[in-house]
Every structure is written in C-alpha cells, then in structure tokens.
Write a protein of this length. Structure first.
Length: 348
C-alpha cells in the first residue's frame, strides 16, 4: 500500500508493499505527540523505556492535502527509517495505482470494508489476479512483490464500500516504491518508473490470510482459556505476527505476565474486548495498571517492562493482534530470531 508522489495522486500511505532492511539502534522511535487526550505513556527508570497506549477511536483523521479523499491516523513513526504504522481510511471506489513494487516489507490487518489489488507475478502480466481484501484479512508483503494495476479497471473491481486498514510500512514509501508500467512515461508526474526493472530476477509473492473464515483459533494447552492464530513466524527475518484470544474468567497465562525484551519491539492492537495491562518503571517498582479496549494500541519498545494483570485480565474476553520484531521495526536480511522474554518476579 505505498503511495508514490507523482505516479499516484493518492496519500503516500497505501498500496500494499514489500521490504527493504535496516537495523535500528536501541532508541525509542517517536510517533505522535504525547500531549493529547488519546495517548497515555507509562513511566520508566533509567535504563528502561515506557510504553505508549493509544485510544485510536479518539484520534483525528488526517486527510491528505493532495485533494484525494483518503485519510490516515499515524499511530507510530520511525524517524530514522521513515517507516510508520497507520490506520488508513479508503473511500468507496477509490482509484488505484500502476503496477508497482516496494523495496521494503509491510504488513496489514483489514479492520473494515474492502480494498482491492491486482497481484501480479511478473511485470509482463498486464492485470494480475484480483485480490479483494476484506475485514479479517492479514497481509505480509515481502519486498519486490508486484501489485496495483487498478487504472482503467471495470468498476466492479474497485472497492465497493471503502475500507479501514491497519498497515505498517517499514520504510519511507517515497524512497522505496517503483512502478514497472512504462505507460506513465507520458505523464509529467512519472518520477518513480524504474527503467531497469527487467534486470530484477526475482519477484516475491505475499502471504494473505483470511483469518475469519479459513483459520480457526488453536487452543494453547498449557493455558486454559487462551487460544492463538499463528499468522507469520519468520526467524529468518526476525518477524512474528499472532492473534490471541483470552476468554473471560481465564487465568492470566504465565507467558503474558511482566517481562521485557532487550532488543525486540512489539505492537499490540486490541481487535475486540477489554484487557487489563500493567507497565513498570523497572523490574523492582510497583505496577501501573491500565484498561484498554477495542481499537486500542500498545507500542512497547525494547526494555519496557509490560504484561497482563495477574488476575482477571479481561472482563468479557479479548482478541488482539500482536506483532513482534527481533530488532528495530523492520524485518532483517539475515537470520534474526526473536529473543525469549525476560520475566520478572514482581510482588507488589
């Protein structure tokens, strides 16, 4: 979902993407300002970092000034790489893009509605198979995955009702997105055509999962009342995406009690229900307790001590998406397994 300046007159946030690779240092990437009524930040001692909690429903939608009707809420931004996590609002019948690819990885969760791409396997394919992404779909798009091709399509191929998409583009879209369609050369805005695209010898394919109709929850035997959907588990690139379901009244799972990572960065997005979470200044300080609900997001950087409360972590049951990076907020280009959590014995 990358939007190019020039080739498409759309917000530069969409058109499902692919990955380049950069490893970040252990600094907390800043996102939006913390001085607002939709963001809470925990406290942290020296050597540890706070978590950020966003009530995304209360955030304003930013509409692109280019004149398109696409909008976005920026939940996280990595100033070093240009990557960002956003909720993107796509209107019905939204115009699309030329066939293109990205040099970076992206992932997305379809929250509402429908959005379409043509998924091509080669630049010679004028129009790849139509993929209609709908609510509940999860996408992991590696670098050099061709998609787009919406220009000139019949109306039934466009989005029918519009969409809201949670999407992480791991690098600067303007710098890492290229079209392979030479038809744009007649346009003054065609500044992202790659004339050497035929030299690329490998085109990737995305992982697209219908999590609602085609993937059931799997019970976690060691934790009664806890279930999981394994969406992506890729130690070769240091990337994992899972969906969790904790039933009301279930005992808090041991693996979700207070812990921290030294390098891993994690995003938690509540799809439905309520969760009681805890953050700590450090492993020896009392917990700060927060209740988060539907469409809340938790951004937990490395060295943030975090977990669910010890008892009654959900009143009515909760389902959430959890994405973990081994280091930074990009998948890596070498074998980088995600480290095991460092659990703390907190008795306060």
């Amino acid at each position: 979902m990358g939007r190019l300046t020039g080739v498409w007159r759309l917000p530069r946030i969409l058109m499902f993407a692919v990955i380049g690779l950069v490893v970040m240092t252990l600094t907390i990437p800043t996102a939006i300002a913390s001085e607002n009524d939709y963001e809470r930040t925990s406290t942290a001692s020296d050597g540890y970092l706070p978590i950020r909690i966003l009530d995304t429903d209360s955030m304003p939608i930013n509409y692109d000034r280019s004149g398109s009707s696409w909008g976005a809420k920026t939940l996280f931004k990595n100033e070093a790489t240009g990557g960002h996590l956003q909720m993107v609002y796509i209107p019905p019948g939204a115009p699309g893009a030329l066939v293109h690819y990205h040099e970076f990885h992206e992932w997305a969760w379809i929250m509402y509605g429908d959005f379409t791409n043509n998924e091509s396997t080669t630049p010679e394919q004028v129009s790849g198979p139509l993929q209609r992404f709908v609510a509940g779909d999860f996408l992991s798009r590696p670098p050099y995955s061709l998609h787009g091709g919406e220009r000139g399509r019949q109306k039934f191929m466009a989005s029918q009702i519009g969409s809201v998409i949670l999407i992480m583009e791991e690098s600067d879209v303007r710098e890492g997105t290229w079209t392979v369609d030479p038809s744009c050369l007649g346009e003054t805005t065609c500044d992202h055509f790659n004339p050497d695209y035929k030299d690329i010898t490998h085109w990737a394919t995305p992982r697209i999962i219908d999590t609602l109709n085609e993937m059931p929850f799997q019970a976690v035997e060691s934790s009664p009342g806890l279930s999981i959907k394994h969406l992506v588990d890729d130690p070769s690139h240091g990337f994992r995406a899972t969906m969790w379901y904790l039933e009301a009244g279930a005992k808090t799972p041991e693996n979700m009690r207070g812990h921290y990572f030294q390098q891993a960065h994690q995003f938690i997005f509540v799809i439905n229900g309520d969760l009681k979470i805890q953050a700590y200044r450090d492993p020896n300080s009392p917990a700060e307790t927060y209740t988060v609900g539907q469409n809340s997001m938790v951004d937990r950087p490395p060295m943030s001590v975090f977990g669910l409360v010890d008892e009654n972590a959900t009143e009515g049951g909760a389902v959430w998406l959890e994405v973990t990076y081994a280091k930074g907020t990009q998948w890596t280009d070498k074998l980088t397994p995600i480290e095991k959590p460092n659990y703390v014995n907190l008795k306060h």
